[in-house]
Design a protein around this ligand. Structure first.
Ligand code: BG6
Length: 486
């Protein structure tokens, strides 16, 4: 028996994906090359190699996705059957502005998202749209240096304005930059490329560049928020713009005060993006830290005013795992994920080493609400696992059901018992798709199984996992029934 708590009637139960991980059709209808299109497949523990251009013989899983570009009408029928009330996806920047700096948008790309959004509404599903989900046009990386360049702010805002004006009558919930704070791990080139389009830098400048690029993204996000509110007024609709934070609570490894102080700084470091998005100001510790490091970050008075006046409407976040840190003895408390992370002896891990921590969900929701005072929206939570397709096309994924039972219960406790305002809960990913970190298909997250392997081999057929029935019942009972299936 797993105790559930009933959520409000308008609560948005749903699932989430990103364009580049499932659409495929990477060069169809005028789409340009994005950074996801030059990432080869990797695997657990093996980072994805990034090529300068598309190599003829490379295994680029995002080129294929699950062919959602062509299958979405059928797939949305399945999601309707699942009972989804909301579905989050991104708009691929390169379908609208193939190189990122064209004068006019690509009408074929805009028409595709017209069809997709209309299809969601036809199935009673509310679209939730991410503007930038690891999909920057490659041309902006090579010709502009990504977000290290202030000019890219205007190019992004132009893209965002174009799609918000086009779909603002049908899409209420928008988010600017997916997991903008992943780049806390600036030692990992993968994150700098995915979040900020940073490539070809000297290792010694990575950290400063990350802070600079992040600032330009925060400015771009504030501008988009401002313009979106103006568009909403013109259209007479309600448009809500959120940020999107990767929430991994960082706990102290022990009750030793130095460990607790270190964990506090880890949280401050990982979540200052949220401070700026939601509170509109940079924290003092960070300004002092930049000075200590000799970083010269270009932040103008006009930027600061813009940030203060255009905070987000809600905080979207993903939640997968938690971490622990211990003291390093450094007076400046510099957070270094590689250096002082440790295992939590109380938690188990997934096959990819991600620590499973449902209680941390409740903890994190309380922490964010206390700090930012903005409604929250869980826009990703899920369990990547190897699934086994039986001879009669069944998938018995009780491990995934167990993961969701714990996390949904913790989410409901935070919302119902603790009173944290919450717009909705979207699982990652509803339907199997390509993993962002490894490029694998076999790291599966869906309730709907897609018969494709890491090389794109398979029938592409869709089959329902046991978790499909389970989540269907959770939604039907509005979160009150979390028990396992009989
Ligand atoms: C988040 C991303 O990092 O987690 C998604 O927003 C991603 O794009 C998801 O797919 C799960 O991570 P992964 O690496 O297992 O696909």
């Amino acid at each position: 028996m797993v105790k559930g708590y009933q959520m409000p009637d308008d609560f948005l139960w749903g699932s989430a994906v990103a364009a580049h991980q499932l659409e495929g059709a990477w060069n169809v209808d005028g789409k340009g090359v994005s950074i996801a299109d030059v990432m080869l497949a990797g695997k657990s523990g093996v980072r994805r190699e990034v090529t300068d251009t598309v190599l003829p013989d490379g295994n680029y899983p995002n080129h294929r996705g699950i062919d959602f570009y062509h299958t979405f009408p059928e797939d949305f029928k399945r999601m309707k059957e699942l009972g989804l009330k909301a579905f989050r996806t991104s708009i691929a920047w390169t379908r609208i502005f193939p190189n990122g700096d064209e004068a006019e948008p690509n009408e074929a790309g805009l028409a595709f998202y017209d069809r997709m959004i209309d299809e969601m509404h036809k199935n009673g599903i509310e679209p939730v749209i991410t503007l930038s989900h690891f999909e920057m046009p490659l041309h902006l990386v090579n010709a502009y240096g990504g977000f290290r360049n202030r000019e890219v702010i205007d190019l992004f805002v132009k893209f965002a304005d174009t799609v918000i004006r086009r779909y603002g009558d049908r899409v209420k919930y928008w988010m600017t930059f997916n997991e903008i704070n992943n780049q806390t791990e600036w030692m990992n080139p993968h994150h700098l490329l995915q979040d900020s389009g940073l490539k070809d830098y000297r290792p010694g400048e990575a950290q400063e560049l990350m802070y600079q690029a992040s600032h330009y993204e925060l400015v771009a996000s504030a501008l988009v928020t401002k313009h979106a509110h103006e568009t909403a007024q013109k259209l007479g609709t309600d448009i809500q713009v959120g940020c999107m934070i990767a929430m991994n609570p960082v706990y102290p490894a022990s009750s030793k005060p130095e460990d607790i102080l270190e964990a506090q700084r880890a949280m401050q470091t990982r979540y200052y993006w949220g401070d700026v998005h939601a509170n509109g100001v940079y924290p003092n510790w960070l300004k002092n830290f930049w000075q200590h490091k000799g970083f010269k970050i270009d932040i103008t008075a006009a930027d600061e005013k813009l940030l203060a006046e255009n905070t987000v409407d809600y905080v979207g976040f993903s939640y997968y795992m938690s971490w622990t840190v211990s003291d390093t003895g450094d007076e400046w408390l510099e957070y270094n994920e590689a250096g002082n992370h440790g295992d939590n002896p109380f938690l188990k891990k997934s096959d990819w080493g991600w620590q499973i921590d449902p209680v941390g969900m409740r903890w994190a929701m309380n922490w964010m609400w206390d700090r930012w005072h903005k409604p929250l929206f869980i826009v990703e939570n899920g369990f990547g696992a190897y699934d086994k397709l039986t001879d009669n096309h069944q998938i018995h994924d009780d491990y995934r059901i167990a993961y969701f039972q714990g996390h949904i219960q913790a989410m409901e406790q935070a919302a119902v018992l603790d009173g944290v305002p919450l717009i909705g809960y979207l699982t990652w990913s509803g339907i199997d798709l390509v993993s962002a970190s490894t490029g694998e298909m076999l790291k599966r997250y869906g309730f709907i199984y897609v018969d494709l392997d890491d090389m794109g081999q398979g029938t592409g057929e869709r089959y329902y996992k046991d978790s499909f029935k389970w989540y269907q019942r959770v939604i039907a009972t509005n979160g009150a029934t979390l028990d396992s299936l009989d």
